[in-house]
Write a protein that binds this ligand. Structure first.
Ligand SMILES: [Zn+2]
Ligand SMILES: [Zn+2]
Length: 300
């Protein structure tokens, strides 16, 4: 099961229809919560999601709309006795903010929370693939995240049968790349890895393109419309058109726009502006929406 569950979509302040940010990526058994804003614990409840499967929390930056929900989530992880460690990634320069949110109130703290500060060259291997981060252009230290599943090989049963390979021989072939005269390439095909990027709170910069390059799903902030492009530039945010142009230039397969300013009443306008730049699937995020990852790209 690979999908994005949108928990909140509002920039700066929640509105009657949009909670503060919050995005849960379910990638088989790697379940990652991105940017838990205020109220994320309750949004997870409304989405029918327990905290127990959470393996990792990724925070782009310590503005409240991306992190005020962290204390509630961490305390819930303790209360529900999540039996495995949960790693939290956050900008290393925001250590003081993390320390405060980690111990915001008194509670029976019995969870294993592993701090994973992010700095230059950050990369970790997860069960979903390699997770990296790049610095963005915002008013405080901010990182975007990128998850890349390595390509693998898919065994083809009819070719295995034709070469008389079955049982333990299949395992040996997968481990060593060969069984007798038969090579792995003869009986398998490439299973292309999937890629995901999460880009919040930034003006346009090289990192935005590097994070988005060739991803199956790009979740990206789209705070403003073109009429406010000058302000967006000034405060370190993107317009819908800019975000969509990044998706086009980077070969993104599915574009998810979010982090909307409350100044606009009609969300259709974000779609209209994005559509002029990107002709692939565009999702204008709404709270509690579930967005499946597109099907795996065919083998080259
Ligand atoms: Zn924000
Ligand atoms: Zn911000």
């Amino acid at each position: 099961m690979r999908e994005l569950v949108v928990l909140g979509t509002a920039s700066q302040v929640p509105t009657r229809h949009r909670n503060h940010n919050g995005y849960l990526l379910r990638w088989d058994d790697e379940v990652i919560l991105f940017d838990p804003g205020e109220g994320t614990q309750r949004q997870m409840l409304l989405a029918g999601l327990p905290v127990t499967p959470l393996k990792r929390i990724c925070i782009t930056h310590f503005h409240g709309d991306h992190s005020l929900g962290l204390p509630g989530i961490l305390q819930r992880i303790s209360l529900d006795r999540v039996p495995h460690p949960v790693t939290v990634h956050y900008p290393a320069g925001g250590q003081a903010f993390f320390d405060r949110l980690r111990h915001a109130t008194s509670y029976w703290d019995n969870a294993e929370i592993v701090p994973g500060p992010v700095g230059a060259g950050f990369a970790v291997e997860t069960s979903a693939g390699r997770l990296t981060a790049l610095p963005l252009r915002h008013s405080i230290e901010t990182y975007g995240y990128r998850l890349v599943e390595p390509d693998a090989r898919r065994m083809l049963p009819e070719l295995l049968a034709r070469h008389g390979i079955s049982g333990p021989a299949v395992g040996e072939l997968q481990r060593t790349g060969r069984f007798g005269d038969v090579t792995l390439e003869q009986v398998s095909t490439v299973r292309t890895g999937q890629r995901f990027a999460f880009v919040m709170d930034t003006g346009l910069c090289d990192s935005v393109y590097a994070l988005a390059e060739g991803v199956d799903m790009l979740v990206i902030e789209s705070t403003f419309l073109a009429e406010d492009a000058a302000m967006a530039e000034q405060v370190g945010h993107l317009t819908a058109g800019q975000a969509a142009a990044v998706a086009r230039a980077s070969g993104v397969r599915k574009l998810v726009l979010t982090h909307f300013s409350q100044r606009y009443q009609d969300a259709e306008r974000f779609l209209d502006e994005a559509r002029k730049e990107f002709d692939g699937p565009i999702v204008i995020a709404e709270d509690l929406l579930r967005v499946p990852l597109p099907a795996r790209r065919p083998a080259p």
